[in-house]
Design a protein around this ligand. Structure first.
Ligand code: AMP
Length: 122
């Protein structure tokens, strides 16, 4: 399991409405919003509303409804951003080796240009 959930992480503040976001999609279990420092023409973040640090604890303890909503939300973002034709990439940085900076599970949805090789060469 991951470290205990930190209620002061930036995405917890977004979920509480303490920090604004550019919302792309929302349902009962999931919120999607624009990344504040986009690295591609489309760079949207998809997060569960529940308190999950990473994919590890979401997969282990999230409800089936939450898991289904999360995956469907990723698909909805791809459709809303019209990425289905040309394609896109999703990334869930996890833990230290994964380079995760915000300790609330999030999937990055990238698209709108050729994204190159899968990993940076460093
Ligand atoms: P990661 O390295 O996978 O944890 O990515 C965290 C992402 O959150 C980065 O791409 C940041 O640009 C993004 N980010 C940080 N703060 C905000 C914010 N307030 N609103 C939207 N995106 C944010």
């Amino acid at each position: 399991m991951s470290a205990p959930y930190d209620d002061n992480n930036i995405f917890a503040k977004v979920l509480r409405g303490e920090i604004p976001c550019k919302k792309v999609y929302e349902d009962d279990h999931t919120l999607a919003f624009e990344d504040i420092h986009p690295q591609a023409p489309v760079h949207t973040l998809v997060i569960p509303k529940g308190k999950y640090v990473s994919l590890r604890d979401f997969a282990a303890t999230g409800s089936d409804a939450e898991l289904a909503a999360f995956v469907r939300a990723i698909g909805k973002v791809a459709a809303l951003k019209e990425l289905e034709g040309q394609g896109f990439r999703i990334i869930a940085n996890t833990g230290v080796d994964g380079g995760q900076e915000v300790p609330h599970l999030h999937v990055h949805v990238f698209g709108g240009r050729r994204l190159g090789r899968m990993l940076a060469q460093n």
